[in-house]
Design a protein around this ligand. Structure first.
Ligand code: ASP
Length: 326
């Protein structure tokens, strides 16, 4: 796994290996000094062409805690504003010889293009409506901690599935981990043929009581060119998860940012069933693990197999660093 472009590229065993490594970083995160030398001397670039709070800050913090040199570029305020193309921007940043590039872009397939152009390992931090594999990993991590295993668990994904890269990546990840999936939302916001991904589709919350986990999605108004719902009030009346609809033993998730009072009621967000804060916390340890693995594999070290041969001197420090925190 030199790049992380799509969650479908990972097997169940590979997902588990990434999450097991994240567990060991969680231990580092509880220390007084939350820093390890694993990526010392390596450069990590984060390149964000779309707004982000959680994903950008979690990858930046992960790179810093791994002792990497961080170059953080947001399209607004960079030469992208002056018309520089993605390809030229990547060429410019490649001059710093980054070990990893973490990219978010409004166009599906952008991360794949960057992987074709750059020598660095590339992590897709969201490409348009297409995929958000790091979100899927942190959500599986969060659920694994709570439930032990996702095998046979019933997960409902509710809301604007059509515009959601999280829905696409999470459906694949949850299914790979053995969950039973139902997708729910108004017909205009559910892509046709979704059943082929191995999930049930419904347009009503009537059967929600069977769910072990309710995963709500944001109405992505910035991606809507026409009106997909009659009104927010009507949408909320039919599809909002509130304390009336959420049972006491059900778990509630949302990738954030939440439209409070639209897809979730304020009470549901703050309820004991809500894992939203835990998702944000997992959003730190999973990027640590991802950065280490893609960089090691990019350097030719078989990290997933747990083998760290220091074949050349240049790789020695990274390998020593990895042993240092394990
Ligand atoms: N933060 C997630 C994403 O970037 C979900 C969302 O924006 O609704 O896709």
């Amino acid at each position: 796994m030199r790049h992380l472009l799509s969650i479908g590229d990972l097997s169940k065993a590979e997902i588990e290996a990434i999450l097991d490594r994240a567990e060991s970083f969680a231990e580092v995160g509880r220390r007084d000094i939350k820093k390890v030398p694993t990526l010392r001397g390596r450069t990590v670039v984060t390149l964000f062409y779309e707004s982000s709070t959680r994903t950008s800050s979690s990858f930046e913090l992960a790179a810093k805690r791994l002792s990497a040199d961080l170059v953080s570029v947001k399209a607004a305020g960079s030469s992208v504003d002056k018309g520089e193309s993605l390809k030229d921007t990547v060429a410019t940043l490649s001059a710093y010889e980054p070990a990893a590039i973490v990219i978010r872009h409004p166009h599906a397939g952008a991360a794949q293009l960057v992987a074709n152009w750059a020598d660095a390992s590339v992590v897709n931090a969201g490409d348009g409506k297409h995929e958000h594999p790091s979100q899927a990993l942190l959500d599986v991590y969060t659920l694994r901690r709570r439930l032990g295993s996702l095998e046979g668990k019933r997960i409902w994904i509710v809301g604007d599935v059509l515009h959601s890269r999280v829905a696409r990546s999470n459906l694949i990840a949850f299914r790979t981990m053995g969950a039973e999936l139902t997708v729910c939302g108004p017909p205009a916001l559910i892509p046709r043929g979704l059943e082929q991904l191995g999930c049930a589709v419904t347009h009503s919350l009537d059967g929600l009581g069977e769910a072990d986990v309710v995963y709500a999605l944001r109405l992505q108004r910035e991606r809507m060119r026409e009106s997909f719902v009659p009104s927010l009030r009507e949408y909320a009346a039919h599809f909002q998860i509130d304390s009336r609809r959420l049972g006491p033993r059900q778990l509630l998730m949302h990738p954030g940012p939440v439209n409070r009072g639209v897809e979730l009621s304020g009470e549901a967000i703050d309820s004991p069933q809500s894992l939203i804060a835990e998702q944000v916390a997992s959003g730190l340890v999973v990027p640590w693990s991802l950065l280490v693995i893609v960089v090691l594999v990019g350097l030719g070290v078989s990290a997933l197999a747990g083998i760290y041969p220091a074949r050349v001197a240049a790789r020695q420090s990274i390998v020593t660093g990895l042993k240092g925190f394990e």
